[in-house]
Design a protein around this ligand. Structure first.
Ligand SMILES: Cc1cc2nc3c(=O)[nH]c(=O)nc-3n(C[C@H](O)[C@H](O)[C@H](O)COP(=O)(O)O)c2cc1C
Ligand code: SF4
Ligand code: SF4
Length: 254
């Protein structure tokens, strides 16, 4: 059973593609997290968690949610993280997290995907992103082969810098950077309500038909990227910039 969360479509793409290759069920955790519904997962085949990287680790809200779920059947779990650049020393933390779920950790596999963090970084062009997805397709196939054979994912070499970014920097990042105060809507807002629906943490409510951010944000970029009129901005950083959603690139590729 493949379980995933995805803010802008990258993890979803990997999970769906992997599901086809290993002929396994694919479950989007979005509704469960949004509705605070803890699930009993039951799978004959190994579990596979597919997640984006947030500050060189599996997103905290995701591991917090998984710790409230139950896993029955197969005892093995593979973890596939995707990132714009690297997942640092995420292995150390997710290994401990899955052990606490009573599961046998089969290792971490990293896949480079398009960067989606528009609130902080410059994103690549669609053309470059399509190249990145092509490379990722090959890596997904390799991961599928390993999972089918029941082997462990190979261990990656961890440098001192990886330890710092996944440890100290991750803590500082969530304490000081992951805030929603810089989000606002512009007069392009058509009061469609999509941003409220797309927020996995129910952080967006309405006042007089307009969105309001309520201080419990994980910076997943879903509200900003999925607004149909690009009415959501984050400070000055996002103004005039194209939003990123993987499905836009894939549709063009067809
Ligand atoms: C809050 C946040 C933090 C991120 N941190 C990292 C990071 O530490 N390293 C990295 O290479 N990419 C980082 N990224 C990029 C995403 O991990 C990457 O684009 C991922 O493929 C997005 O997956 P999704 O579309 O399934 O949400 C970050 C993105 C966001 C929104
Ligand atoms: S998704 Fe965009 S247009 Fe729709 S309510 Fe939210 S800000 Fe307004
Ligand atoms: S407010 Fe926006 S960026 Fe923050 S968690 Fe919700 S959808 Fe993601």
């Amino acid at each position: 059973m493949i379980i995933y969360f995805s803010g802008t479509g990258n993890s979803e793409y990997i999970a769906e593609r992997l599901g086809e290759l290993i002929e396994d069920e694919v479950i989007n955790l979005f509704d469960y997290i949004k509705n605070n519904e803890n699930r009993n997962f039951n799978s004959e085949k190994p579990f596979v968690l597919v997640a984006p990287t947030y500050s060189w680790r599996v997103p905290r809200f995701l591991t917090d949610h998984l710790k409230k779920c139950k896993f029955k059947g197969n005892k093995n779990i593979y973890v596939i993280m995707n990132f714009g650049d690297s997942c640092g020393n995420a292995n150390k933390y997710i290994r401990e997290d899955v052990k606490s779920l009573g599961l046998n950790y089969k290792g971490l596999y990293g896949i480079k995907m398009p960067e989606n963090y528009l609130a902080l970084f410059e994103l690549d062009s669609d053309e470059k992103n399509r190249e990145i997805v092509k490379e990722a397709d090959i890596k997904i196939e390799k991961a599928a082969k390993i999972i089918r054979k029941g082997l462990d994912f190979e261990k990656k070499e961890i440098k001192f810098q990886d330890k710092i970014i996944s440890g100290l920097v991750n803590n500082l990042f969530f304490k000081f950077i992951v805030k929603d105060k810089k989000f606002y809507y512009t007069d392009k807002c058509i009061e469609c309500g999509k941003c409220e629906k797309e927020c996995v943490l129910n952080n967006i409510s309405y006042e007089d038909g307009k969105p309001k951010w309520n201080g419990n944000c994980t910076h997943c970029m879903a509200c900003l990227s999925k607004c149909p009129t690009a009415a959501i901005e984050y400070g000055k950083k996002t103004v005039g910039k194209e939003r990123y959603l993987l499905k836009n690139i894939i549709e063009e590729r067809k």
